[in-house]
Design a protein around this ligand. Structure first.
Ligand code: CMC
Length: 427
């Protein structure tokens, strides 16, 4: 028997079915609530609202659990590769060796971008933020790949998904090259997804680029950690944009725009800038005091999460990865020591304990990316590169869902009621 949640409003009692997921909280289905009561529900920021049904990613924020298609993020980070995780997110199951080989081959064969796209880059200022380039260039893909924009054709949807996953590293590397005034480097099909990206970013035509295996592995793992994260702001943006029937390239560009904000993907850039500003462990108390001061807008970047009220499981893997990269590159950046001490002091501070504020994925990622050689402005670009698979998997799922409707939230209107128009000479 279906559970019912009764809600009484005035004289009307509405019986709302309670939906049950595989795991996680029950969901009260209020779709008929407005029709039966004439009232809307109010939930700015969607703190209590499920916007869709999904089978891709599950998060238990209280326990610090993150599963993709049922597999724990820690297991994927340790045993899987980014390509395999992409296959899993898109198709629902881990691939066999043969399936993985074919999938990797397909992605590799889509890494080049239309040559005309390079002239697009040249329209931007060299000092533009690379995320500004990403928003523009990814949106522009819809002007180049007309044969994969028919969203009701599953085959075209899959080609668009493969193209986006494959071309994102090429575009991201081009955005970097453009900002430093170096020539674009074409993809190479004999390299791994991540190795190819490193070469396109840091290689120059004058000499062969040497891929450091530990760095390749660490970056691949960072991509796994960012691949999907349920109905976060940018994914919800992609779904909302896609719900109107917009083409996939335009939808992903919308996701990139949302991701750019410092409360979302931009936090990794902000976290490293903050750690560098702190500079020395002695200055940590000053910054902790600012973070706790209600009158100061400063927040501890890389700390806190809408969903995790426990240690973000991705942060655990990140912290381990910092050490691996530092060892491989023989780096000793004092910023890591500041990060470790800041984490320890915050985790023992009553303010952070009471509000359940823990390090999130962005707290350590900037430290690693900086050691590899990426400037801070590229951090969010890397996040976008990795999250593209999550965005396309969620977009595909939404388009295939028979219950899918255009997303159209309602509002609590508090502006003026109807009033007569006064001509300008009488105001
Ligand atoms: N430093 C200090 N205080 C904080 C912090 C922080 N980083 N995060 C939350 N708080 C306080 C906040 O002031 C509020 O206090 P009070 O209840 O007294 O008003 C309380 O904790 C709850 O905060 P909230 O803003 O209502 O929580 P939220 O769920 O809306 O925000 C968040 C989540 C991630 C936007 C927020 O924690 C934040 O701004 N963190 C810093 C930015 C950051 O690291 N973002 C990356 C998120 S993970 C990557 C991603 O998903 O993109």
């Amino acid at each position: 028997m279906t559970d019912i949640a009764k809600i009484t409003l005035g004289d009307t009692t509405v019986e709302n079915p309670v939906l049950k997921g595989t795991v996680g909280p029950d969901v009260v289905d209020i779709r008929k609530f407005y029709a039966q009561t004439g009232a809307f529900t109010y939930d700015p920021g969607f703190t209590s609202t499920a916007s869709c049904e999904s089978q891709i990613t599950y998060i238990d924020g209280d326990e610090g659990v993150l599963l993709h298609r049922g597999y724990a993020i820690g297991d994927l980070a340790e045993h899987s590769s980014f390509m395999e995780t992409c296959y899993l997110l898109l198709n629902g199951e881990l691939p066999t060796g043969d399936e993985l080989g074919k999938f990797t081959h397909t992605i590799t064969r889509h890494t080049m971008v239309h040559e005309q796209l390079s002239t697009f880059f040249r329209g931007f200022r060299r000092d533009a933020h690379p995320m500004a380039l990403m928003c523009g260039i990814v949106g522009a893909l819809s002007a180049f790949y007309h044969d994969s924009t028919e969203i009701h054709d599953p085959h075209q949807r899959m080609i668009a998904s493969h193209r986006l996953i494959a071309k994102m590293p090429t575009i991201a590397a081009m955005a970097y090259k453009y900002s430093v005034g170096q020539p674009f480097v074409y993809p190479r099909n004999d390299l791994s997804y991540t190795g190819n990206f490193l070469r396109m970013t840091f290689g120059v035509p004058a000499e062969e680029y040497e891929i450091v295996p530990a760095v390749e592995r660490a970056l691949d793992r960072i991509f796994i950690l960012h691949a999907d994260h349920e109905q976060n702001a940018s994914t919800s943006t992609v779904r909302l944009a896609g719900s109107s029937g917009a083409n996939p390239f335009a939808c992903i560009a919308a996701g990139i725009a949302c991701l750019w904000g410092p409360a979302h993907g931009g936090a990794n850039e902000a976290a490293l800038n903050m750690l560098r500003e702190i500079g020395r462990p002695e200055r940590i108390p000053e910054y902790l005091a600012r973070a706790k001061d209600k009158d100061d807008p400063f927040r501890l970047m890389g700390f806190g999460h809408r969903v995790y009220k426990n240690y973000d499981p991705r942060a655990t893997v990140m912290q381990k990865t910092v050490r691996e990269v530092f060892d491989a590159l023989k780096v000793n950046d004092p910023v890591f020591e500041v990060a470790l001490q800041l984490e320890e002091m915050a985790l023992n501070d009553p303010y952070f304990i009471e509000k359940k504020l823990f390090p999130n994925v962005d707290f350590y990622s900037g430290v690693i990316l900086s050691a590899i050689g990426f400037p801070t402005t590229m951090f969010t670009v890397l996040f976008a590169l990795a999250r593209t698979v999550g965005w396309v998997a969620q977009w595909n799922e939404m388009i295939s869902d028979p219950a899918q409707k255009i997303g159209r939230p309602r509002q609590l209107y508090t502006g003026p009621a109807h009033r007569p128009f006064v001509p300008v000479d009488q105001r």
